[in-house]
Ligand binder design. Structure first.
Ligand code: HEC
Length: 125
């Protein structure tokens, strides 16, 4: 019963909240990237509103040549390839990121990243 109350409270405070497992999934990226406007900058460029943003386009981020000279838009398709093979997609990129994410986890990640509003709660302790 207590758990249900906590769950309902959670629902009341947030319309499209990420679940705890979604938050831990996002940790695959949040070690290096801000995903919310309120996050501190990471060593990678902010991923806030990443979907439909031109690659290598944040004015204040010191991109590698591989991304600074890129000429495409991040969408679900390009992000999927990037998450799986960033170095093969843009040889010379500073994002050397190898992961064991399953297809389903990548789908969920992309879904979270494409919600432009800040849907990720502060991490639960
Ligand atoms: C180990 C640190 C690290 C991790 C973990 C990491 N990234 Fe990155 N990411 C970077 C760095 C550094 C860059 C800048 C690359 C460059 O300039 O070549 C980058 C660049 C990017 C870009 C290009 C953004 C732009 O403005 O063009 C995207 C998109 C991206 N990362 C998505 C992700 C996603 C999604 C995850 C999680 C699945 C992730 N990254 C995990 C370090 C990381």
């Amino acid at each position: 019963m207590k758990r249900l109350a906590v769950f309902l409270l959670g629902l009341a405070s947030c319309n499209v909240c990420a679940s705890t497992s979604d938050q831990s999934l996002m940790q695959a990226c949040t070690g290096c990237h801000a995903v919310r406007a309120s996050d501190l900058e990471g060593i990678g460029p902010s991923l806030v509103d990443i979907v439909n943003r031109p690659a290598g386009s944040l004015p204040d981020y010191p991109y590698s040549k591989a991304l600074a000279e890129a000429n495409f838009i991040w969408d679900i398709g390009t992000l999927r390839v990037w998450i799986q093979h960033s170095e093969r997609m843009r040889p010379g990129t500073f994002m050397r990121y190898h992961n064991a994410l399953t297809e389903a986890e990548i789908d969920r990640l992309l879904n979270l990243l494409s919600l432009s509003e800040n849907i990720l709660n502060e991490p639960t302790q």
